[in-house]
Ligand binder design. Structure first.
Ligand code: CO
Ligand code: CO
Ligand code: CO
Length: 540
């Protein structure tokens, strides 16, 4: 069938239906046909202008660059709270704990690590964008301690207007980064889409003893960051025509660098917690670690490594919209001390694309970890803070580390009310910090709550029953809060608590009656993930 015959056949059908068969929102003949004499329904293509193929500036085609294209964390949390919790004993790490990747038990000594990341262009060059997208996707697997094996590509691309060259370059860049990581691209999926998107789903493996989640940080740990901050600010500066060559080059080099070596060091130095810094910014991701680990972290602004120009851009007010969404997300848990530069928060909340690893290591191994990281090529890695105490999850931002004295007494001006300190009396939980007995207790405590044959949700249910049976009010408050955060329903919590009452008798019943009354007044009928910070049940 000739081209024009095909066109008249297709158009006849469109006319009969009253809708263009490729885009039912449009009439037939559509604007494209009238203006350019092209009928995409009949398989005709817009002519690609030869120069547009290699000089298309990707970031000019999108609204939000890179990881700033994520859905705002607070909005996402509300959406997820409406969904059922995944209960499967083979799931070791699920979406319930806001970690980097899911972990699934294949056998007792081999677990699967799976993750997917897709975003819009953060740089203009298609090849570079492909490399960054791959490095960024691999990073979530590395952040868990996993070894990535295979990748699937996910592409959204306006094929009719941009032609084949840019998308081929994007994939070539991605495949080169995957090859560098020793990962095989085994397939993918593409969608004809107005806005460019690219990402990879990564599958890896991990041995149980290698797993590093975001939930293991402990008081006394040092916090390390392996890459400098500021990729979001630099991409935005470039979008508004104010990015310098030097800043762009440094940001590109940082975003294409794999986190593989950093992850290898992380495992060698016995890291207790790790995550990669991406769309939620340093403070957003640090807060997830603090919240899941139930600790307060202290961050030293002057110690945080920055990409060139970032401090100056921030001082000029150059910050993309994602910064505000991240501030809304983590802000309630962040206390900012006096003396912290004004531009600091815009940088600390800046959404990163393919950022570095944020690692918590035991304090006495921090120097060794830093030396090994620098040796491994993370030349700007730095110790940027420490974990100070157990809590509901909070962050204190200070100018430097050398304030002297106890941070708890240091003058602080909260951005919002910080959560009250709460402790659990399970062995080790109270034995914070000093001494080898305390250390051993800590390890015991962490191991008891780590996912095993029972998943983390089942362990939380058990903890509630035991808290009631043993009549520990502060344990109960802590675990109720955590259970609600995981999306457990009121009925599930109620049943667990009554198991505790059955074993603990009248005093346990008194404790639970009071706690459940407060729960109800706190609107516990519709328990949902408590992402907005600590809404305390408020015990007597
Ligand atoms: Co991540
Ligand atoms: Co991710
Ligand atoms: Co498909």
């Amino acid at each position: 069938m000739s081209g024009s015959a095909k066109r008249s056949r297709v158009m006849a059908r469109s006319r009969r239906l009253g809708h263009c068969i490729c885009d039912p929102h449009k009439p037939c003949p559509c604007d494209l046909l009238l203006e350019c004499d092209v009928c995409t329904c009949a398989g005709e293509r817009l002519p690609v202008k030869p120069e547009s193929a290699d000089r298309v500036a990707l970031t000019k085609l999108v609204r939000n660059a890179g990881c700033a294209s994520k859905i705002a964390p607070a909005d996402l949390a509300r959406i997820l709270a409406r969904l059922p919790v995944v209960r499967d004993p083979r799931v070791v790490v699920s979406g319930a704990t806001a970690d980097d990747a899911g972990v699934f038990r294949l056998s007792d000594d081999l677990w699967l690590v799976q993750t997917v990341d897709v975003f819009s262009p953060c740089v203009d060059d298609p090849y570079l964008f492909g490399r960054i997208a791959a490095a960024n996707s691999l990073s979530d697997c590395y952040a868990m301690g996993g070894t990535p094996l295979t990748a699937l590509s996910i592409i959204g691309y306006p094929a009719h207007s941009l032609g084949e060259e840019p998308v081929a370059e994007m994939l070539r860049g991605g495949m080169e980064a995957l090859a560098e990581a020793g990962v095989a691209l085994v397939g993918g999926h593409s969608i004809n889409d107005e806005e460019i998107k690219l990402g990879f789903s990564i599958t890896g493996v991990i041995r149980p003893e290698e797993l590093v989640t975001n939930a293991g940080a402990q008081p006394g740990d040092a916090l390390l960051l392996t890459k400098p901050l500021g990729t979001g600010i630099i991409a935005f500066a470039a979008q508004i025509g104010r990015g310098s060559e030097e800043a762009l080059r440094a940001a590109s080099a940082s975003m294409t660098a794999l986190n593989r070596e950093a992850a290898a060091v992380m495992k060698k130095v016995g890291a207790r917690a790790c995550t990669d810094v991406t769309g939620f910014g340093l403070l957003g991701h640090l807060w997830q670690v603090a919240r899941e680990s139930r600790v307060t972290a202290e961050l030293w602004w002057e110690a945080v490594p920055l990409l060139p120009g970032v401090r100056e851009y921030a001082a000029e007010g150059i910050a993309p919209g994602a910064t505000e969404r991240n501030r809304e997300f983590a802000g309630p848990a962040v206390t900012v001390e006096e003396g912290v530069a004004e531009e600091a928060l815009d940088v600390l909340y800046d959404a990163q694309t393919s950022g570095g690893l944020l690692i918590a290591v035991p304090g006495d191994r921090a120097r060794e970890a830093l030396a090994r990281l620098r040796e491994a090529g993370c030349r700007e890695a730095a110790i940027i803070g420490r974990v100070v105490e157990r809590s509901q999850g909070g962050i204190i931002v200070r100018a430097t580390s050398d304030h002297g004295g106890d941070s708890r007494q240091a003058p602080g001006r909260p951005e919002a009310t910080a959560s009250p300190r709460e402790e659990c009396c399970a062995p080790g939980a109270a034995a914070v910090g000093a001494g080898s007995a305390g250390e051993a207790g800590q390890r015991f405590f962490a191991a008891a709550f780590a996912p095993g044959v029972l998943d983390v949700v089942q362990k939380e249910i058990t903890a509630i029953a035991l808290s009631v049976a043993l009549r520990c009010g502060s344990c109960l408050r802590l675990h109720l809060d955590k259970a609600r955060g995981m999306g457990l329903t009121a009925q599930e919590i109620e049943e667990a608590a009554w198991m505790g009452v059955a074993f603990g008798g009248a005093p346990s019943m008194l404790l639970w009656t009071e706690a459940s009354r407060d729960l109800r007044t706190a609107g516990a009928g519709e328990m949902s993930r408590q992402v907005e910070g600590a809404e305390e049940p408020g015990c007597p």
